[in-house]
Write a protein that binds this ligand. Structure first.
Ligand SMILES: [Zn+2]
Length: 166
């Protein structure tokens, strides 16, 4: 059986296909993509499925610079609009990790704000996977499952694995 060696929870953005970013082939990666690399029940379930079935022991939450879902969330926080309920379901997953940043000095520096918001959202998704599932918690504790957060830079092509568990 082909066993993917990593599970990637990435953004749907057309510029960040996980297999190309990491130079991997068929069968190597179990990839879950959703706008804003958010973690909702179906994403947790997908990670649980792959970690159980394929015994994959590495999960990478892969966000990226200039993420449109983060930009949309920041716009929504500044000026709420009539979004579709479905789109709001994504924004609402991102909102808690970024809204606090609007009350810091970052609010006066739009580029820095987006940079920090992207990373805060990646951290939140990784934390959610580490603590939002009894099965994943057990695999982390007993079977060496590792969940890390990483950011792909559209500008440089570099992936920064900045969020590892302590
Ligand atoms: Zn994105």
């Amino acid at each position: 059986m082909t066993r993917p060696f990593a599970i990637i929870l990435g953004c749907s953005d057309s510029r960040v296909p996980a297999e190309i970013v990491f130079d991997q082939g068929l069968g190597d990666l179990f990839v879950i993509r959703v706008a804003g690399n958010i973690v909702a029940p179906s994403q947790v379930g997908s990670v649980e499925f792959a970690a159980e079935r394929y015994e994959t022991r590495l999960v990478v939450v892969l966000g990226h610079t200039q993420c449109g879902a983060i930009l949309a969330t920041l716009e929504e926080l500044r000026q709420p609009t009539e979004q579709s309920r479905n789109l709001l379901a994504i924004v609402d997953r991102i909102r808690p990790s970024v809204q606090g940043l609007l009350h810091t000095s970052l609010k006066d520096d739009p580029d820095a704000l987006v940079r920090e918001a992207v990373r805060a959202n990646i951290r939140a998704s990784a934390d959610h996977l580490r603590h939002g599932s009894a099965l994943l918690e057990q695999l982390i504790r007993d079977r060496g499952l590792l969940v890390v957060g990483a950011e792909y830079s559209l500008e440089t092509g570099v992936v920064d694995f900045f969020d590892a568990p302590v």
